[in-house]
Design a binder for this molecule. Sequence first.
Ligand SMILES: *Cc1c(COP(=O)(O)O)cnc(C)c1O
Length: 372
Amino acid sequence: MIVRKTPIYVTKPSLPPMEEYLPYLSKIWDTKQLANNGPFHQELEAKLCEYLKVKYISLFSNGTLALVTALQSLRITGEVITTPYSFVATTHALWWNNIKPTFVDIEPNTFNIDPEAIEAAITPHTTAIMPVHVYGNPCDVHKIKDIADSYGLKVIYDACHTFGVTLKGEPVLNFGDLSVMSFHATKVYNTFEGGAIVCHDAATKKRIDNLKNFGFTNETTVVTPGINAKMNEAQAAMGLLQLKHVDRFIAERKAVAEKYREILKDVPGVTLLHDLPDVKHCYSYFPIFINKAEFGRTRDDIYEEFKKHNIFTRRYFYPLISQFPTYKGIESAHPGKMPVAERVTQEVINLPFFPDLDDDTISEICSVIKGK
Ligand SMILES: *Cc1c(COP(=O)(O)O)cnc(C)c1O
């Protein structure tokens, strides 16, 4: 067995050359404006609206606070229907708002929330749906809109895996009442940490902007018990610089995905995530799914085998959010209720995936899977 000397991890943050960041820092030192809707913050909101083709965006210090604030801004209460197949912050945001999550199953091909399961789970207490565009693949946004319209529900998308994703040319961020993004170090586009809420009208943006700044509307008026979730100028500067490089990063991610697909396409028991028709992807993750009966070994066997090779993969998403001790007592979380999600969480493994992953390393990773 050949064990690589330097460990390889599931991801590596995309960084522009450091010397390109220094002029931004000098400007911050000159103006002494470090936070509170400074010039870089304003410029980044404008540039992101242009790049993402959305009307309004509010920047946040991270995606989780953006999720919590999005729910606050629409005064969501009662029960919200959501997916167990996501990063735990999706459900935590509900809990921080005293909202009861109702988990429903996912679709077997996209791993996104199943619209039919949403409809079956609606009760008189349901006020909203919180779906996730898992791995950046758009949810069935039209069906979800139909359901929300029929039952009078709000839709808040956790769009933390999507950056610039379009469906038939339309930005997926424009669906739903709000979409929440994350610019964490591990995402396709990062501002060290960061996040945003996309909305469609000026009044909603204003309310969100008040909420992320303690509820202030002017120097002496506080209209709501807001929080401090503002993005600072160092983050916003990073965001402006990253925008200049993100197209290249996404193109490189696509090339890595294609290389993986070429090598792994005929491995029995291994299912790959494929591009969907009519979708411009951002290539945020490269999950594969291991069917034990056909593959001969389990997903966890492979996960452990990788570790022996000094390759550190991750199981996104395992366990399901509904399987964590804090949530497993909820009735909708009980075992057997979500057969697709319960199977997929046992099969998924995310391979190392970042822009400059070289061909030799990709081949090495694939040979661990193929066992040769
Ligand atoms: C990353 C992520 C979050 C949280 O974002 P942070 O910026 O890390 O707070 C929430 N939901 C999903 C699906 C994510 O991938």
